[in-house]
Design a protein around this ligand. Sequence first.
Ligand code: DLL
Length: 433
Amino acid sequence: MIWNEPIETMPPEDLKNLQSERLVSLVRYVYERCPLYKKKFDEIGVLPSDIKGIEDITQLPFTTKMDMRDSYPWGLFSRPRTDLVEIHVSSGTTGNPTLVGYTRDDIRLWGEVMARALCCAGAERDDTIQIAYGYGLFTGGLGFHYGAMEMGLTIIPISSGQTKRQIKIMQDIQPRILACTPSYCLYMVDAAKEMGIDPRSSSWQIAVLGAEPWSEAMCHEIEQAWDLLATDIYGLSEICGPGVAQECPYKSGLHLCSDVFYPEVIDPETGRPVPEGQDGELVITTLTKQGVPMIRYRTRDIVSMTHEPCRCGRTSPRTSKIKGRTDDMIVVRGINVFPSQIEHVLLGIEGTHPHYQIVIDRKEHKLDEVEIVVEVDETIFSDEIKRMHAIEQKIKKEIESVLSIGVNVRLVEPKTIARSEGKAQRVIDKRQL
Ligand code: DLL
């Protein structure tokens, strides 16, 4: 089922006209209402009247996380506080957190895009959904909640955590849809087994997983373990939360709601667009948001994009899975390393699991050292040293050939690495940089 058929299957020419109309009024709106945008436009000499259609978007300045942090808390808002009905805050790792606010219409829009996403994943109106994303300042729980309400699903707002209770509720109420982070979804496999339950007998048939990077191999592992269809959902607080893009069952990319979130893919170094199909940084303009509209927001997420038609009938552009971030790229001895590259290798090796951590340290001889800590099956772990050593060497060799740097590999017992009920922590950087 397609939630908003006229929009989601709109011919490309009509879509372009709609985007153009929306951009023209957006630019006037922020210029008049948000002093920070006015300043940024004035600095590069762009007037709202210069923007006549969507192709003029490249004349506009980028907005960055820095802009948000520097103008914290209210600097990027285009509406007074009294017009807001909800705010969310993302903690971030450095400096000020980022604050976003929604008007009543913004919440409606969020519900609309999330309803599109849930349908796109395969939800039907009479379904029940277990929402195991955190409710609160994180946008996961409430975003799914608004979309499921809009669709008329039956909601189990259990939030994250209390893993045994998650499994019990699933067994008692038999929801068909599960929403949580991919790492938590995998974590729950062990919990089910510990409770003597065969995960493949679960009622969940569709999982809507996101909020953190996960590879296709990890997706396969989740699908096998629970015997369900695992789909990828993307979003970020600055744009609205979950609901920016969603994978359909054909799994050839994530459908982006480009009538409201206009995407560009740029070279992060030069800021220029990259040709379709090439990797670059995803930049999004929110065409209809009121509270905190974003002009050319640099997400720092690396994707490629395609406008090729999809078998599901939606005409929206699709992004690849998120391939990494321009900023969680780790630079080790001058080489760029993405955690996803390591995950990919690990998942290709039998007996290892996507529970891993990358520990980087710089000891006295001042060279960065990388240790990959990987959980392996119980059988392998309790096996003879020789076999463990062989697996360690195999992982080491494969990672080294992908990254072109030396790494150490340490195999650990199942459940050694701390689990998260939300986003998993993959990188531990002990260097004092
Ligand atoms: O994570 C919103 C969300 C909630 C998305 C639930 C999907 C499901 P933030 O906390 O602001 O918002 O984090 C946004 O998380 O820029 C990406 O780097 C990463 N991210 C989100 N979804 C995916 C995904 C929510 N499907 C940041 N794959 C984004 C990879 C993702 N990374």
